[in-house]
Ligand binder design. Structure first.
Ligand SMILES: Nc1ncnc2c1ncn2[C@@H]1O[C@H](COP(=O)(O)OP(=O)(O)OP(=O)(O)O)[C@@H](O)[C@H]1O
Ligand SMILES: *[C@@H]1O[C@H](CO)[C@@H](O)[C@H](O)[C@H]1NC(C)=O
Ligand SMILES: *[C@@H]1O[C@H](CO)[C@@H](O)[C@H](O)[C@H]1NC(C)=O
Length: 314
């Protein structure tokens, strides 16, 4: 194990270009309709989380894959502009940069087509190439938006080198390998994922508490369940007391990316602020996430350290 932990946060995950069209209604099959507005954004759960951690002030490494195409070049530039270490963001000619074509209609419905493209090609060899930098990291975050076996492989590698692992079970669509529960130091899910993984109905905070217990029973050492406007639930296997950490009250404008902001912020605190308790870190991360829901967009809604309340860094 190396004690030279000069990198704060390493994220192994997706980088996706969001292509958003705004329309009055969703098109029917075979139909062409006119939209009123278009915008492009940088997304992907992995990248979002890494960007948030970077904005908080963490030294961040992104491990991801883009296409050798215009979107890939743009994304690479975005990462560099933010000051992330991009040596392990590879560009491949074998697939296109991942895209999410999103139609948002006036009735509030979203239709989304995701083509995960280059993200699917993140391989064990890519992680082996990044092992020296992973070894130097304090915290790793993984999600399920890339090949799940690669996420598991990455966390096992992190564990071997004494790197703390935060696993975000998004977007869980079915049961996951039971090893995910035991390999991570912090297991973080939202209500929907908690339902899918535990088979319980998760609507109220009380339901959430039952789901936290069920996740501890699966072998997690620490569980955090994010609960939108209600904030988060937290418990550890040692002390199975479930704590509710209320959210920061705000008027939401666009909640997309709130979960990723929470995770990026949490990773920052775990890596850079060992002096504050995990409960305080969750409380502050709730606040960071609540700030993002007041602005439209995903990464666009994320604030940088100098734009965030000073108390978050005291
Ligand atoms: N309406 C809100 N008001 C205040 N805080 C919020 C609100 N929505 C989300 N948050 C904060 O963001 C955190 C994460 O939100 P949430 O549980 O909705 O994650 P998510 O479902 O993964 O998010 P998304 O998929 O929308 O990115 C919550 O724990 C909370 O602290
Ligand atoms: C993950 O590995 C298992 C076991 O080797 C395999 O069956 C499965 O298809 C792999 N999943 C993916 C997404 O590659
Ligand atoms: C939880 O996250 C998933 C992605 O994993 C998303 O599809 C779902 O809408 C989220 N649930 C809530 C309640 O926000």
């Amino acid at each position: 194990m190396s004690d030279d932990k000069s990198i704060d946060v390493v994220v192994v995950g997706s980088s996706i270009i969001d292509l958003i069209s705004y329309t009055q209604r969703q098109p029917k099959p075979g139909e062409t309709i006119k939209g009123s507005k278009f915008c492009k954004g940088f997304g992907g759960k992995g990248a979002n989380q890494c960007v948030m951690a970077r904005y908080m002030g963490a030294e961040c490494v992104m491990v991801s894959k883009l296409g050798k195409d215009d979107f890939g070049n743009e994304y690479m530039k975005n990462f560099k502009d933010i000051g992330m270490i991009t040596d392990y963001v590879k560009q491949t000619a074998e697939a296109s940069t991942a895209t999410a074509a999103i139609t948002v209609s006036e009735d509030g419905q979203n239709c989304i087509v995701i083509v995960t493209g280059a993200c699917d090609l993140i391989s064990e060899a890519d992680l082996q190439a990044a092992e020296s930098v992973i070894q130097k990291s304090k915290v790793m975050i993984c999600q399920l938006e890339i090949n799940v076996n690669i996420s598991l492989f990455a966390m096992k590698m992190a564990k071997k080198h004494g790197v703390k692992t935060i696993f975000n079970s998004a977007p869980a669509e079915c049961d996951i390998d039971p090893e995910f529960y035991t390999v991570c130091d912090i297991f973080c899910a939202n209500e929907t994922e908690a339902e899918i993984l535990t088979g319980l109905n998760v609507v109220s905070l009380d339901d959430g508490k039952k789901a936290v217990t069920a996740l501890l029973d699966k072998g997690c050492s620490t569980v955090i369940l994010t609960f939108g406007e209600h904030g988060s639930l937290y418990a550890t296997a040692k002390d199975r007391n479930i704590v509710h950490v209320p959210s920061f009250p705000v008027v939401p404008v666009d909640t997309t990316g709130a979960g990723d902001a929470f995770l990026g912020s949490l990773a920052y605190y775990v890596a850079c602020r060992p002096d504050i308790s995990i409960l305080e870190a969750i409380k502050r991360s709730n606040r960071v996430a609540a700030i993002t829901v007041q602005y439209p967009g995903t990464q666009l809604s994320y604030k940088k350290r100098n734009e965030l309340p000073k108390e978050l860094f005291e």
